[in-house]
Design a protein around this ligand. Structure first.
Ligand SMILES: [Cu+2]
Length: 108
């Protein structure tokens, strides 16, 4: 019995350790969502200036999710000012919450 319990504790410790190791430097774990600021590249599909929110067709976001099309809330309306659909952008997402906190037009 004692041996089995030690084995389970060791296994859980190993899995948690592996998960933390895959997280970006300085990120904190909160619940099941990773925390910290993640960086992505994508194309603007739609902008809702009132929410404010932006729909992006984005590439893989390292440590967070594979490439897909999805909507993100933006931290402020001014963050989206001057952008239009079809533009390729670099963006920063604050987790947890999937909030866009940075948006820059890409040269290409
Ligand atoms: Cu996504």
């Amino acid at each position: 019995m004692r041996t089995r319990r030690n084995f389970v504790a060791l296994w859980v410790g190993w899995v948690c350790g592996a998960f933390v190791a895959l997280s970006p430097a300085g990120a904190q774990q909160s619940g099941t969502e990773p925390a910290g600021v993640f960086h992505g590249v994508g194309v603007i599909v739609a902008i809702d200036a009132e929410v404010p929110a932006v729909t992006l067709n984005h590439d893989d976001i390292k440590g967070l999710m594979p490439g897909m099309e999805m909507m993100f809330r933006a931290e402020s309306k001014s963050l989206l000012a001057g952008f239009k659909t079809g533009e390729r952008v670099n963006f920063d997402i604050r987790m947890p919450g999937y909030v866009i906190v940075g948006l820059q037009r890409r040269p290409n």
